[in-house]
Design a binder for this molecule. Structure first.
Ligand code: PA5
Length: 446
C-alpha cells in the first residue's frame, strides 16, 4: 500500500465511535460516487480513469513528448488552475523543485498563462530567447482569459521565429474533444490536439493529457504514474473502515463539525510545495461552497516552522493538520564528523539529513498535538511516480467523498465565475455593457 493513514495523534480529539457514527454517511457517499448518482455525477470520469484511459491517445502523448524533447530546449505550458497545477506539481515532486536548473538533457518546462502579470509573461519570453521552443496550450473551455492572452503572445513569437508552418509543428493543444474556441483554432491551423474528457473537471485532470503530455516531456514515467493510480483505484474501491482514504475523509469531516475549519497540509520535502498548491485547488474548489467547507492551507516544514510555527503551535485553535510523511526521500546526505567539533554539531555526525528531518517531524507532531492541534499523518513510501500516482488518486477520492459528506457538489465551481464576469465587464468585453456601467458606478462611490 503506497499511502497509509496514521491516526495515533488524534486520540485526544476524536474517539473511534465517532467514526462509527459517521460511517453510514460514508457508505451513502460511497454509493453516490460509485453509482454516479450524486450531485455533479457527470464529472466522475476520473474515478475509473486509471483503468479506462484512452490507450491510443496515451501512445500519441508519448510520441508527441518524444518529438518535443528531440526538437526543443524548452516546452512552455500555458494553462491555469486545473490546466496547470497538476503537471507542475508532479514534475517538481518526482524530479525536483529545481528541475529547470538540472533538466538532465530534457527540455526545460516553463509555465505561462497562470496569471495576467505582464512581468511574469515577459520573464518567460526572455527565458526562451535563443532557444528552440514548443508550446502546449491547455484549456478545457478554450476561452479562459489568462491562458488565451499568453497563447496569443507565444503563438506570435513562434510564428516570428519559425514561420506559420514551423510554428504549427511546435504547438500542441489540449482542450475539449469537440467544441470551443481553442478546438476550432487547432482544427483550422492543424495543431496536434489532445482531449480533456467531458466527464473530468480541471482539478481532477492531472492523469489525463492535461498533465501527461508535459510530464512525459519532463521524463516522468507516466506508465508508472498510471499504474500507481490504478493500484489505488482497486485498493480504495471497498467501503469499509480499513479504507484509509475514506477514514481520512471521515475524520476531516468530524473535525470540521467540531469547529476545526482549517486543514493545514504539511510536508517536510520542499519538492512537495506545488503538490500543496494542487491539493489546495482540489479541496478548495470542491468543498468551498454554499457557505461551507474546510479552508485548505499548506506549509512546507521545517522552512515554515520559522514563519507559521508560532501560529500553528499557539494561535487560534480552529485548525487541524494533515502531515504527508514521505518515508524515502529522493536522495539523502550523511552529516560528517568535524575536527574539534568547531560548530558543536558532532552529536549529529553519522546521521542522515533524513534522520534529522524525521526527528523534526516527530517533535513537531507531538508539540502541535500538545498545543491542541489534531494531527493526521498520511504515510507515503516515496514521491516516485508509482507512489505519487497512488497519492493523487487517494486525494481525489477523499476529496469527492468529503464533498458529499459535507453536502456539497464537489465537481462544480460556480464561485470562480463571479470575478470573470466583473473582469470582462470592466475590460469592455462585448455583451457586458450594462454590468460595466453598474460596476464603474460602484467603483466610483464605494
Ligand atoms: O478546476 C477547474 O475546473 C479550473 O481550475 C479550471 O481548470 C481553470 O479555470 C482553467 O479552465 P480551462 O481549462 O477551461 O481554461
Amino acid at each position: 500500500m503506497s499511502v497509509r493513514l496514521e491516526t495515533k495523534y488524534l486520540a485526544p480529539f476524536v474517539r473511534e465511535e465517532e467514526v462509527d457514527f459517521l460511517f453510514p454517511q460514508v457508505e451513502a457517499a460511497h454509493r453516490l460516487l460509485e453509482t454516479a448518482n450524486g450531485p455533479g455525477s457527470d464529472y466522475v470520469g476520473w474515478l475509473k480513469l486509471p483503468r479506462d484511459y484512452d490507450k491510443s491517445e496515451f501512445a500519441r502523448i508519448k510520441n508527441a513528448a518524444a518529438k518535443i524533447a528531440k526538437g526543443s530546449d524548452v516546452l512552455v505550458v500555458i494553462g491555469i488552475g486545473g490546466s496547470y497545477l497538476g503537471a507542475r506539481a508532479v514534475i517538481e515532486a518526482v524530479k525536483s523543485a529545481q528541475y529547470n536548473l538540472k533538466p538532465n538533457g530534457r527540455p526545460q518546462i516553463f509555465f505561462a498563462g497562470s496569471s495576467v502579470s505582464g512581468a511574469a509573461l515577459n520573464d518567460v519570453l526572455e527565458l526562451c530567447e535563443g532557444k528552440d521552443v514548443s508550446v502546449n496550450i491547455i484549456s478545457k473551455s478554450g476561452t479562459t482569459t489568462e491562458p488565451a492572452v499568453a497563447f496569443r503572445v507565444f503563438r506570435d513569437w513562434l510564428v516570428a521565429k519559425y514561420g506559420v508552418e514551423g510554428a504549427k509543428e511546435r504547438i500542441f493543444a489540449t482542450t475539449d474533444g469537440a467544441k470551443g474556441t481553442l478546438k476550432e483554432l487547432a482544427g483550422r491551423e492543424g495543431y496536434e490536439t489532445f482531449v480533456v474528457p467531458d466527464d473530468i473537471g480541471g482539478r481532477y485532470s492531472v492523469l489525463t493529457a492535461v498533465g501527461l503530455l508535459p510530464l512525459a516531456v519532463a521524463g516522468v514515467d507516466i506508465d508508472a504514474l498510471m499504474a500507481g493510480a490504478a493500484q489505488a483505484m482497486d485498493a480504495l474501491s471497498v467501503c469499509d473502515k480499513t479504507n484509509d482514504c475514506y477514514r481520512w475523509a471521515a475524520l476531516r469531516n468530524i473535525l470540521y463539525r467540531k469547529g476545526k475549519t482549517v486543514e493545514v497540509l504539511a510536508c517536510y520535502e520542499p519538492d512537495f510545495a506545488l503538490m500543496n498548491e494542487w491539493y489546495k485547488q482540489l479541496f478548495g474548489e470542491s468543498e468551498g461552497k454554499d457557505q461551507k467547507g474546510i479552508f485548505p492551507a499548506s506549509v512546507v516544514f521545517t522552512t515554515d516552522l520559522h514563519s507559521m510555527g508560532q501560529y500553528l503551535q499557539d494561535g487560534r485553535r480552529q485548525l487541524f493538520e494533515t502531515v504527508v510523511d514521505v518515508k524515502n526521500p529522493r536522495s539523502d546526505r550523511v552529516i560528517e564528523p568535524a575536527a574539534e567539533d568547531f560548530d558543536g554539531l558532532n552529536y549529529l555526525a553519522g546521521k542522515a539529513l533524513s534522520d534529522v528531518n524525521r526527528a523534526a517531524m516527530q517533535g513537531t507532531v507531538l508539540a502541535h498535538a500538545d498545543g491542541g492541534v489534531p494531527v493526521l499523518v498520511l504515510e507515503v513510501d516515496s514521491l516516485g511516480e508509482h507512489d505519487l500516482g497512488y497519492l493523487i488518486y487517494f486525494m481525489e477520492k477523499a476529496c469527492a467523498l468529503s464533498g458529499y459528506l459535507l453536502g456539497v457538489n464537489p465537481f462544480n465551481q460556480p464561485g470562480v465565475e463571479s470575478y470573470k464576469q466583473n473582469m470582462f465587464a470592466l475590460l469592455g468585453k462585448p455583451g457586458y455593457e450594462a454590468q460595466r456601467q453598474q460596476l464603474l458606478g460602484r467603483l466610483a462611490t464605494e
